[in-house]
Design a protein around this ligand. Structure first.
Ligand SMILES: *[C@@H]1O[C@H](CO)[C@@H](O)[C@H](O)[C@H]1NC(C)=O
Ligand SMILES: *[C@@H]1O[C@H](CO)[C@@H](O)[C@H](O)[C@H]1NC(C)=O
Ligand SMILES: *[C@@H]1O[C@H](CO)[C@@H](O)[C@H](O)[C@H]1NC(C)=O
Ligand SMILES: *[C@@H]1O[C@H](CO)[C@@H](O)[C@H](O)[C@H]1NC(C)=O
Length: 221
């Protein structure tokens, strides 16, 4: 029971920490958020002269901005609008909030002047990354990077602060989750896993593998 509770707290902690940003000023923009997290959506330029606009979720009006004054549901501290930069913040994201949003602007006579939409998509954040290395018989090193929790994880590698080059790789590339490093490659290896909502990395100091010895399956640390 305690373990389950502990896990729930960890998972909640991950989601609550996830803050994403989205530029909603372009029609068809795809915005990403995480359940329980916060998304900042830029609706307008800070310099916009548009005096009135509405934000609709499906057909429900959730924000009405008139001369930089905003009207929205303030009962649950969920929505926050920053007139200084035209950003709308939605906190404690829940499942109902994924989907299509429409922004409508009005001219000074109250006629609709423009309309565009964006979509809010949820992704589970990457929660942890595991890096495992193993020496192969010829002194090459197989390294696998695996992630937990994240939707659509994308991998990347760096060695001593720069992207891993093909010259250092026997198999795989800088986007594979399993790679084999050539002999004598050493240094500070980092695997980063990212998706649209967060990124987590794991690092390991890689030393040259001993080759052609009876104990060739160990690396010298
Ligand atoms: C809203 O405020 C910003 C600065 O806070 C200003 O530049 C902009 O002109 C204002 N827009 C309107 C429509 O009043
Ligand atoms: C907009 O302003 C708010 C409040 O000052 C700030 O927290 C937020 O980061 C700003 N967003 C952008 C995109 O500048
Ligand atoms: C959003 O709009 C697209 C295209 O208009 C539609 O195919 C899709 O089903 C909508 N998504 C939701 C969650 O309503
Ligand atoms: C990853 O490798 C490809 C070729 O394998 C290269 O074109 C690309 O620039 C590399 N990515 C980075 C970030 O260096």
């Amino acid at each position: 029971m305690e373990a389950v509770l502990g896990l729930m707290i960890v998972l909640l902690g991950v989601a609550q920490g996830v803050e994403t940003y989205c530029d909603g000023r372009q029609d068809g923009a795809q915005c990403y958020g995480a359940l329980g997290g916060t998304v900042d959506i830029q609706l307008m330029d800070s310099t916009s002269e548009i005096s009135r606009y509405h934000l609709l979720k499906d057909s429900l009006k959730i924000l009405d901005v008139k001369h930089n004054k905003s009207f929205h549901d303030t009962t649950e501290n969920k929505f926050l609008f920053f007139p200084s930069n035209g950003t709308f913040r939605i906190s404690s994201l829940n499942r109902n909030e994924h989907g299509n949003y429409t922004l409508q602007t009005f001219d000074s006579d109250g006629r609709k002047s423009d309309e565009w939409t964006f979509k809010l998509i949820f992704q589970a954040p990457v929660s942890s990354v595991l890096l495992v290395s193993e020496c192969l018989s010829q002194g090459e090193m197989r390294v696998s990077c695996s992630s937990q929790g994240g939707d659509s994880p994308q991998y990347s590698w760096s060695l001593d602060g720069r992207t891993l080059t093909d010259a250092e790789l026997l198999s795989g590339n800088n986007k594979s989750n399993n790679i084999i490093l050539k002999q004598h490659v050493s240094g500070h290896l980092v695997c980063s896993v990212r998706n649209h909502v967060n990124s987590v990395s794991k690092e390991q100091r890689i030393c040259t593998c001993v080759s052609d010895t009876p104990l060739g399956k160990e690396s010298i640390l």
